[in-house]
Structures are given as structure tokens and as C-alpha cells.
Design a protein around this ligand. Structure first.
Ligand SMILES: [Zn+2]
Length: 284
């Protein structure tokens, strides 16, 4: 019996990502806090289709606007870890990175009663210390790597990647990796950004064209796998514009027509682990 799981995930950056990039003007702040308008609409949309989603929320967001976070926690969506400041782990020392994980978990526990099971790195850039630190602080899955499309895997640690030598792969850890891709993220597709360094992210793509890409990645999964998990990434302040919310609803409808089973990341991880145990048992 085929089983095709979809995880809808929302990175609730609010103003944290802008501040971490040095963008603190009133206009930049307003751009991030537009998500306060969007979140009740998102919750209503998910409710309409009976979908539970995962929100990756920085501690900075939780502590700056708890009133925007509580409604999705109370609606039964998963609250997962996305750093505290939204700085990239790859730019931090080990101690700074650990402080981010600890402080983020404190914010998550204060608002939801428990610490995070899942983690997604700001801008998907892990450091060489990340896997070790995540396991140390009770994180069970990560969603920052791109080494597969429809299958989870165990994250590796201790790779040696040097310019003039072949790659030496490290060892597998117990951390479940739930892979993602920039091609299934609303941010590069839609968000126009002029960064302080002068570079421009064009974004502003036609939503129907992006919808077709997103649907085709699901359809392809149904052709090449009997069992698969596909993760989409959205940002409330990006997907929240009218034409994109209409695209998101059409995406949900098309995925339902295609037989998608919607789950939180945590539930999908448990499903994947249970299936692996079943396969191992059958092989005994
Ligand atoms: Zn983010």
C-alpha cells in the first residue's frame, strides 16, 4: 500500500532574520511583523483541511510576539527549534551555538510546556558542531540538509572536506535528518530582498508557476517511491500575500487529490522510524 507523506512547515522568523542581517529600520521591522496579520489566516486554512503543521520558531520570535505563537501551539501544531537570534550556526563559535540551542529551548518550553524535538538551522547552514550539540540537548531530528528528497536518513558527523583531498565521510549519528531543498521553499521564489551588502534576491515569481513546481515534486515522489516524505517550507510573512495564500490552498487541494497524508515533522519522523523497525524485523 503506497504511503506518501507531506510535511507543511512554516519558519516563523518574524523580525529575527532581518535583525540578524542588520536590517533594523522601521520598514524592515514592519516587513517581518506582517506575519502577525497572516498567522490567524494560516491557522484557519490548515484547520479547514484538517492539517497539522510544524512551525520552526526562533526564541526571539517567541519572546517578541508570544501572542502570535500561542494560537498555533494551542491549535495542536508542532513548535520546533529555529535558533534564538536567527544567526547562522556556521558563523558562531561552539559556545555561542550551544547558547542559541539552550536559550531557544527555554523560550519553547515557556510557551508550550516542553522543549523541542526538532530543529531547523537558520538559512539551513549547520556548523561542524551542530549535530553533536543538537543530540546533547535532546533534539531527535534536524531539517537543514539536502542529501535526499523523499527519504529521511541519519545525519553524519566528522566529515573531512578539504580542497585538495577526496572527501572523507564521518560516522552516522542517531539524529534523524528530514531533508529539505531551496526549490521547495517560498523564500527564494517570492521574497524580493536588497541586502545591506548590495546583493539582490529577485524573488517575485509567478505563484502559479511555483505551484506547478511544488506539485510536480509530489507527483514524482508517487512515481518513484512507494513510501516517501516530502517537506515544503514557507515563511508566514512571505506566503501571506493574497496571491500566494491562494496558491498555498491550491497546493493543499492538489496534494489531497494526489493522495497525500499530512503530518507534523515529529509524526513523520516517528512514522519513518516505525517503518524502519518493521523492515528490520521482517528481515530477521
Ligand atoms: Zn528562518
Amino acid at each position: 500500500m503506497p504511503r506518501h507523506i507531506v510535511c507543511l512547515t512554516f519558519d516563523h522568523d518574524h523580525v529575527s532574520g532581518l535583525i540578524a542581517r542588520g536590517m533594523t529600520s522601521p520598514t524592515a521591522i514592519s516587513r517581518g511583523e506582517y506575519d502577525i496579520v497572516v498567522i490567524p489566516r494560516l491557522i484557519a486554512l490548515l484547520e479547514r483541511y484538517g492539517i497539522k503543521a510544524t512551525f520552526f520558531t526562533p526564541g526571539h520570535t517567541i519572546d517578541s510576539t508570544p501572542g502570535a505563537v500561542t494560537p498555533y501551539v494551542e491549535a495542536g501544531h508542532e513548535l520546533a527549534h529555529h535558533g534564538w537570534t536567527h544567526r547562522l550556526p556556521v558563523n558562531l563559535s561552539r559556545d555561542e551555538e550551544e547558547e542559541e540551542i539552550v536559550r531557544g529551548n527555554e523560550s519553547i518550553k515557556r510557551i508550550s510546556g516542553r522543549t523541542a524535538r526538532g530543529y531547523r538551522s537558520p538559512a539551513w547552514d549547520l556548523s561542524p558542531h551542530s549535530i553533536d550539540l543538537l543530540l546533547k540537548h535532546g533534539i531527535q531530528y534536524d531539517s537543514s540538509l539536502m542529501g535526499n528528497d523523499y527519504e529521511c536518513y541519519y545525519a553524519r558527523q566528522g566529515d573531512v572536506a578539504e580542497l585538495m583531498k577526496p572527501l572523507v565521510r564521518g560516522h552516522e549519528t542517531a539524529l534523524v535528518e528530514m531533508p529539505i531543498s531551496w526549490s521547495l521553499d517560498d523564500y527564494p521564489a517570492f521574497e524580493y530582498m536588497r541586502l545591506p551588502n548590495g546583493s539582490v534576491q529577485q524573488g517575485l515569481m509567478n505563484a502559479t508557476a511555483v505551484l506547478e513546481n511544488f506539485v510536480d515534486d509530489f507527483t514524482y515522489m508517487t512515481r518513484v517511491c512507494d513510501y516517501g516524505i516530502l517537506t515544503y517550507t514557507f515563511h508566514p510573512h512571505v506566503i501571506g500575500r493574497g496571491h500566494r495564500m491562494m496558491m498555498l490552498e491550491r497546493l493543499i487541494q492538489r496534494l489531497i487529490e494526489g493522495g497525500a497524508v499530512f503530518m507534523t515533522m515529529e509524526a513523520a519522523m516517528q512514522d519513518w522510524l516505525a517503518r524502519r523497525r518493521g523492515i528490520a524485523k521482517a528481515a530477521e
